[in-house]
Structures are given as C-alpha cells and as structure tokens.
Design a protein around this ligand. Sequence first.
Ligand SMILES: Nc1ncnc2c1ncn2[C@@H]1O[C@H](COP(=O)(O)OP(=O)(O)O)[C@@H](O)[C@H]1O
Ligand SMILES: [Mg+2]
Length: 252
Amino acid sequence: MAGKLLELKDVSKAFGAHKVLDRISFGVSAGEIVGLLGPNGSGKSTALNVISGFLPSDGGEIRLQGDNITNVSAQRITGHGLVRTFQLPSMPHRMTVREVLQAGASGNASLASMLKPFRFDDELDELLESFRLTHVADLPASALSGGQKKLLSVATALRSKPKLLCLDEPTAGVHPNLRSDMVTILKRYRDKGVAILVVEHDMLFIRELCSRCVVLDRGEIIADCAPRELEDNARVVEAYLGKAVEKGKVAL
Ligand SMILES: Nc1ncnc2c1ncn2[C@@H]1O[C@H](COP(=O)(O)OP(=O)(O)O)[C@@H](O)[C@H]1O
Ligand SMILES: [Mg+2]
C-alpha cells in the first residue's frame, strides 16, 4: 500500500463484546474516489469515526500521507487535511446557511476552519450556487430540510480544502437531480487531487462516482473491487440479501 494517501492496516473496533471492525485493511490514493459499502450495521460509520479520530480504535494502524494518525485527536487529524461529514448533520442554531459555510461550522470542517485564516471570496457564492443553496443562503441553517443540510455539510467540507474528504451518506434525502450535480462537483475536486472516501447506499451514485468499492459485512472486508464487479460477487450479494442468490438475479 506504499504511496497511499490513507492507509488502514488491521484496524479493529469493538463495542463491549461486539466486534464492529475486525482487522480491516485498505487504502485510498490521492485523486481516488472509493465507496465504502455494506448493509446497515456493517460498521461503515464506525470506520469513518475511527479514521477521523472521533472514536479510538482498539488495534491496527492508520496512516495519512505516511503519518501515523492512529488514535490521534480529531482536531489534529483535521489539521492533517482530513475533513468529514456526518450521516446526520447537525447545524448550529442562530447561524444562516451563508454563515455556516463562511465559518466552516459543520462536521469537523469547524475544526479545519480554526486552523485556516477566515476568508471571504467568490468561492463561497460558487459553492452556494453549485449546491443550489443560494435561495436559502440567508435562512437559519437549522431550518433546512435533511437533504439541504447534507448539501451544506458537503459544501462546507469542500470549502476547507481537504486532502481527504470522508462523506457519510451524502445523498440521503437529496433530490435525484442534485445527486448527479454532486457527482460532477466531487469529480471536479478529485481531478484536483482530492481523495474521497464515501459511504453511500445509492448504487447509481456509486457507479458514477467511484473507481473502487470496499464492502464491509459484519466488520470484515468482503470485497475491494470496481463497482461493476459488485453484482457478480456472491459474497456481496449474499451480504445484502442475507442468503445465497443465483448469479445475475439481483441488481445491486
Ligand atoms: N457508540 C456505539 N456504541 C455501541 N454500539 C455501537 C456504537 N456505534 C455503533 N454501534 C454498533 O456498531 C454496529 C455498526 O454500526 P455503524 O458503524 O453505525 O454501521 P453502518 O454505518 O454500517 O450502518 C451496529 O451494530 C451499531 O449498533
Ligand atoms: Mg452509518
């Protein structure tokens, strides 16, 4: 895995007796978009929490640009250029959408903004426009719909100029038209060298966006392959449906 921007080696995490991540290893290169997939409860959000320093791991090693970031604080990991969004983004009360984006006050982008000079620039308006948030820019961020909060949290994360962007279900609740806009925007950042690790259930989004998918099931990696190879992978199909299925009978 030499040269990867993010490298996980044998990373484990348990809650009491429940092993949620069992020695998982994978990497993400600069300019690569990797999907982190798996059925509900398979450990995807836990993996993002451990990678971003929001939860301590129980074992293994995580490196970002070669630096060992295992069990380093979330704030320091953010300082290394890892910015993430949450499955359920919470927005600060009494701040407008524009102010949240300006201050980077969503997810750990707020930590990133503390480490960077405060900026006013055209990029803010461009981000509002790209994510179709201009018409709600002066409304309280807490009043946005679930889908709009997702969009704002992704926009805020991008504004922090991450080297690695970790997204937890960024399209849940987002209108289908905006999903394809998000694909275009994220690819533009990828082309500038940003690495993206994205947890997502929408397979169309995954196929359009990702060059590789890592699939978790009960805390283990059961596949690390191109998106088009998933539906022919018996372990993946079985993990999603809970039983063995004849090849080609399921569209993931
Ligand atoms: N803080 C926690 N304490 C105890 N169990 C947890 C905690 N966070 C997650 N879990 C459990 O770990 C498993 C994986 O959860 P999660 O990583 O959220 O799954 P996913 O994101 O793949 O749906 C689930 O069984 C969940 O109940
Ligand atoms: Mg989750």
